[in-house]
Design a protein around this ligand. Structure first.
Ligand code: FES
Ligand code: FES
Length: 170
């Protein structure tokens, strides 16, 4: 339930990386701006703000989502995971091992997206990998190293990649 304070803002509760945060938002505030400017979670990047680049990708209810396209008030009561909540994901380590990073601007969004791919489709074929990667753009790497990250973890029975549905904290 939103609690209005008499101004144009409402106070809502967001469930981010397993913690519940109260935050004052306007109806038009995006999830991306709320994460970055109200909660200090700057891993999701602001770029096109049009749903095209994927730099702002976070998980909402375990599914990758472009946070520039969601309003904060739309995701109340849904578990949200940002790159800051995936610090122990083996995908992150594999990006380093495979040199899948150059300037790094796209990397948080790719890691979140690849983590979701591997949890939702642990035995994905090439068609699924290609389709999944279309939601994110990298201007530096040429994608080959990013695909190598995915293939290094696919079908490996890597139990350290867990479906990310953090429980809602009270
Ligand atoms: S900033 Fe959200 S898709 Fe580009
Ligand atoms: S590493 Fe530079 S945009 Fe992807």
């Amino acid at each position: 339930m939103n609690r209005h304070n008499g101004t144009s803002k409402a106070f809502i509760h967001l469930h981010v990386n397993g913690e519940t945060k109260e935050v004052g938002v306007r109806n038009a505030d995006t999830l991306l701006s709320t994460l970055r400017e109200k909660l200090g979670l700057t891993g999701a990047k602001r770029s096109c703000e049009n749903g095209d680049c994927g730099a702002c990708t976070v998980l909402v209810n375990g599914e990758p989502s472009h946070s520039c396209l969601s309003l904060a008030v739309e995701v109340v009561n849904l578990p949200i995971t940002t790159i800051e909540g995936l610090l122990d994901s083996p995908v992150r380590e594999a990006f380093v091992d495979k040199w899948a990073i150059q300037c790094g601007f796209c990397t948080p969004g790719f890691i979140v997206n690849c983590h979701a791919l591997l949890t939702n489709h642990p035995d994905a074929n090439e068609e699924i990998v290609e389709e999944w990667l279309q939601s994110n753009i990298c201007r530096c790497t040429g994608y080959q190293e990013i695909k190598e990250v995915i293939h290094s973890l696919l079908g490996s029975n890597n139990h350290s990649i867990k479906k990310t549905h953090p429980g809602l904290s009270k």
